[in-house]
Design a protein around this ligand. Structure first.
Ligand code: PBG
Length: 331
């Protein structure tokens, strides 16, 4: 027998059984934390998305069924991303505030089937813009801020009229939260919340999503409005402004590679922070799992736990349904 070390502190005592580990666990993950992003299109078929295996571009009927299945799995919030037909895309993106458009139709269908479901809509012009940018593009090729904000307000109002619970501006224009709040309040939509994409980085991790919606910019990139991945203090400035302008919740995106930002923002503010595990993060896990290189369930739950641990209250993730089911199995 070797001699015992003279240790008073033995942190391993707190890890000695699953039940003790359960007692001391600092971060819990639950289906209630998840927001499930859903793609939809005007067609009658549900189409698997080639650039995002495991994800589907839903028809309206398929969307309602999928949201119902998600609710049964305990996921109570969805966010909608429409694939708009090319013929409807214009440089003014007017389709984004058509009350008979795809998103308002979907919101009405979802809220009438499941009044308790939290329906979140994305406010940005890229799916509707023939230029593929989140804002309007001037003749000189600039993304014009203030003119864009006016259109975003119309889009947010259109979603509110359809019954959206939360509108979520993802465009990164300056001043849009205040403008959208004022527009909503002026039309008596005081109860509609704003989840603002506050620190949205100009990220290569969005590539597969743009493939899914066919929404990649036709020219240029998004670096004059989305944030530089090298910056962190700037995220605090964006957060301060969005909160002052009336954001109810703020978002960091992507999530995994930006956990320092999630932590920095969440410890500095008094509104809930959301994080978006984006398409590239999804696919890195998915493709490695499909190759048999990693254990999908364990890596997904660990990645989501990490995002929560860094300070996110809620997570947008394409794994929402699967993760909810895995959590209910216990692990
Ligand atoms: C655009 C938008 C993007 C995503 C959500 N909303 C892409 C972009 O900014 O180009 C990306 C989501 C993902 O990659 O999963 N308004």
């Amino acid at each position: 027998m070797s001699k015992k070390l003279d240790l008073r502190d033995r942190p391993r005592r707190n890890r000695k059984s699953a039940a003790v580990r359960g007692l001391v666990r600092e971060t819990r993950l639950s289906a209630q934390d998840f927001i499930y992003p859903l793609f939809l299109h005007a067609g009658g078929e549900d189409q698997p998305i080639a650039s995002m295996p495991g994800c589907v571009r839903w028809s309206l009927n398929g969307l309602v069924k999928e949201a119902g299945a998600a609710l049964e799995d305990g996921v109570r919030a969805v966010v909608l991303f429409p694939a708009i037909e090319d013929e409807l895309k214009t440089s003014g993106a007017e389709e984004c505030f058509n009350d008979e458009g795809l998103v308002p139709q979907a919101v009405r269908a979802l809220k009438s089937a499941y009044p308790e479901l939290v329906v979140i809509t994305d406010v940005a012009l890229d799916p509707y813009s023939s230029d593929g940018h989140d804002g309007l593009v001037s003749d000189a090729g600039e993304i014009v801020n203030d003119e864009t904000v006016a259109v975003l307000c119309q889009q947010a109002l259109c979603h509110a009229r359809a019954g959206a619970d939360i509108v979520s501006p993802s465009d990164m224009m300056d001043g849009r939260v205040a403008a959208i709040r004022a527009a909503l309040d002026a039309e008596n939509f005081q109860g509609v919340s704003i989840l603002s994409y506050t620190a949205k980085y100009a990220s290569a991790y969005y590539g597969p999503f743009r493939g899914a919606l066919d929404s990649a910019p036709k020219s240029g990139d998004k670096k004059t409005y989305q944030m530089d991945p090298a910056n962190s203090t700037e995220a605090l400035r964006e957060a301060r402004l969005d909160i002052a302008e009336g954001a109810d919740m703020i978002m960091v995106k992507p999530a995994g590679p930006y956990q320092d930002i999630i932590q920095r923002i969440s410890s500095a503010v008094d509104v809930p922070v959301a994080a978006y595990q984006v398409s590239g993060e999804y696919l890195m896990i998915k493709s490695a799992a499909e190759a048999g290189w990693i254990d999908e369930k364990k890596v997904v739950l660990e990645s989501l736990t990490g995002i929560r641990r860094s300070g996110a209250s809620m997570i947008l993730t394409y794994f929402a349904r699967k993760a909810a089911r895995w959590l209910s199995e216990g692990n």
